[in-house]
Design a protein around this ligand. Structure first.
Ligand SMILES: C[S@@+](CC[C@H](N)C(=O)[O-])C[C@H]1O[C@@H](n2cnc3c(N)ncnc32)[C@H](O)[C@@H]1O
Length: 219
C-alpha cells in the first residue's frame, strides 16, 4: 500500500519533493560530519536526488536505495551516465563508478550491502514515512549500518493536525526517542522554511521549522 503510494507518485511525475539544486543545508553542514573525503556515504530512500552527485563530487563513494525503478533510471539518464546493472540479493544494483543505487525496498537491505559506509545523508527519508513506519525504519537502519556511522538528518516541524504529510512532522523529542538509545544526537540548527508543498498553504501551514541533526551510532 505504501509502496504503491510512492510508485504512483513517480509514475504520475508528482515529485515536488525533488530538488533541482543541491541541498543548501547539506552543503553548509556536511563539514560537521568530519568524514574523510573518500569515506563511503549511504543515502536511504534516495529518489533521484542530485545530492548524491554533490557527495560523489566531494569524493565519497555513494550508495543509495530506492523503490521506484523510474527514479533510479532517470537519475543516471539525466546525468547522461551509463550505469551497469547486476542482481544483488533482492535488488537490481545500478552503478556508474561513483554512485551505486540498489533498486528495491529499503527493508530488504542487509548489513553486508552497507558494511563499508561511514556517513549517511537523510533528506526526505525519515520524514517520508508515517509514524509507525518511522520506528521500523530506524530500527532496521541501526541494525544494518556499522557502529560509528555518522548521519546528517533533516526534519520538518509543524502542526501535523493541520495538514497530513508527507513530508511528515518529526519533532526533536521523537528524534531522541527513535535514535537516543543507540546513538548520540546533536541538534545543529533549526531554521524557518516556507519551502513546503503547495497543499500545506491550503491548510494554513505556510512555514515550518527545518532542523539539522548530527547523529552518530555508538560503538
Ligand atoms: C520524499 S522522497 C525523497 C527522495 C530523496 N531523498 C530526495 O531528497 O529527493 C522519498 C523517496 O523514498 C522512496 N521510498 C519510499 N519507501 C521506500 C522503501 N521502502 N524503500 C526504498 N525507497 C522508498 C520513494 O519512492 C521516494 O523516492
Amino acid at each position: 500500500m505504501r509502496a504503491k503510494f510512492w510508485l504512483e507518485r513517480w509514475q504520475k511525475n508528482e515529485i515536488a519533493f525533488h530538488q533541482a539544486e543541491h541541498n543548501q543545508l547539506l552543503k553548509e553542514f556536511w563539514p560537521c560530519m568530519g568524514l574523510g573525503p573518500d569515506d563511503p556515504v549511504f543515502v536511504p530512500l534516495c529518489g533521484k536526488s542530485l545530492d548524491m552527485r554533490w557527495l560523489a563530487a566531494a569524493g565519497h563513494p555513494v550508495v543509495g536505495v530506492e523503490l521506484a525503478q523510474i527514479a533510479v533510471e532517470t537519475f543516471f539518464a539525466e546525468a547522461r551516465r551509463c550505469a551497469e546493472q547486476s542482481v544483488v540479493d533482492r535488488f537490481v544494483c545500478h552503478e556508474d563508478g561513483s554512485v551505486k543505487i540498489f533498486h528495491g525496498d529499503f527493508f530488504d537491505l542487509t548489513a553486508p550491502l552497507v558494511a563499508d559506509i561511514r556517513g549517511l545523508f537523510d533528506r526526505g527519508a525519515l520524514v517520508a514515512l508515517p509514524p509507525d513506519m518511522r520506528f521500523r525504519y530506524v530500527d532496521h537502519l541501526l541494525r544494518i549500518i556499522p557502529d560509528g556511522t555518522r548521519q546528517l538528518l533533516l526534519t520538518f516541524e509543524y502542526d501535523q493536525d493541520r495538514v497530513p504529510g508527507p513530508p511528515h512532522a518529526v519533532h526533536p523529542d521523537e528524534v531522541e526517542a527513535l535514535f537516543g538509545a543507540r546513538c548520540s544526537v546533536d541538534l545543529l540548527e533549526s531554521i524557518i522554511t516556507s519551502n513546503l508543498p503547495p497543499r500545506f498553504a491550503e491548510h494554513g501551514v505556510r512555514q515550518a521549522v527545518e532542523s539539522v541533526y548530527l547523529i552518530e551510532k555508538r560503538e
